[in-house]
Design a protein around this ligand. Structure first.
Ligand code: ADP
Length: 216
């Protein structure tokens, strides 16, 4: 069967396969995710979901308790830059923030999965799948790969950030090479690489896995 015949997956009964999409920041996860979405696959973006928690008064209270009043602005909103300064310079604080966020993100993903029972597979997108052992909770992992220097140059453009600021964010992540070696599927996202073809290929393999899973 050609991969192009799989663009609009037929609904399958049963539980969708859970697939994580990861890679170092700036490797192109968001870009790749759009392509899976265009193939009809429901996608969950962990960062966006976690970002919404910062709108909730109860979550803001927990943040204030952990990091002090300086992380809340006079208007009551979270000062994310102040939080980043604290957590990226103090591993224990980062761990505390993660413990507040990650278990909740995962239960939200399970709710998302429950609301898409007919999908053949679902994607959970996060830069830190391996760092927080989400790989143990999913069936397959896709890694988008781009080397450090290439990511750095794309990020300096995208985020208008300095090399030092980006290095600080990257320091808390496993190397892109280690993620690539541990993943089930790898997408190379260099300019000019046939990325859509790689995405379609992985998509057809995941559809086949989903079908064989439901027929057992
Ligand atoms: P991530 O979500 O992994 O942080 P993005 O998808 O935001 O990464 O990509 C980082 C930057 O690189 C963005 O500005 C994006 O437009 C750009 N980009 C993504 N893929 C490519 C590519 N194949 N060639 C050139 N630029 C790309």
């Amino acid at each position: 069967m050609s991969s192009s015949s799989n663009h609009n997956p037929a609904p399958l009964p049963g539980t969708p396969l859970l697939v994580a999409l990861t890679g170092g920041i700036g490797c192109g996860k968001t870009t790749v995710l759009k392509e899976f979405r265009n193939l009809g696959i429901p996608c969950f973006i962990a960062d966006d979901i976690a970002g919404a928690y910062y709108q909730e008064p109860s979550f803001l209270n927990q943040i204030r308790t952990l990091f002090g009043g300086s992380v809340i602005r006079p208007d009551g909103s979270a000062d994310k830059q102040a939080i980043s300064r604290i957590v990226f310079s103090n591993p224990q604080s980062l761990q505390q923030l993660n413990q507040l966020i990650h278990p909740r993100v995962w239960s939200d993903f399970l709710l998302f999965a429950a609301s898409h029972p007919q999908a053949p597979y679902l994607i959970f997108e996060s830069a830190i799948v391996y760092e927080y052992a989400f790989d143990k909770l999913v069936d397959k992992v896709i890694c988008v790969y781009l080397d450090y220097e290439e990511r750095m140059s794309r990020l300096m453009q995208r985020d208008r950030a300095t090399r030092a600021q980006l290095q600080l964010r990257m320091n808390n992540q496993l190397s892109a090479e280690e993620k690539m070696m541990r993943a089930d599927y790898v997408i190379l996202n260099y300019e000019g690489n046939p990325r859509p073809r790689q995405v379609r290929h992985i998509h057809s393999q995941l559809l086949e896995t989903a079908v064989s899973q439901t027929s057992h």
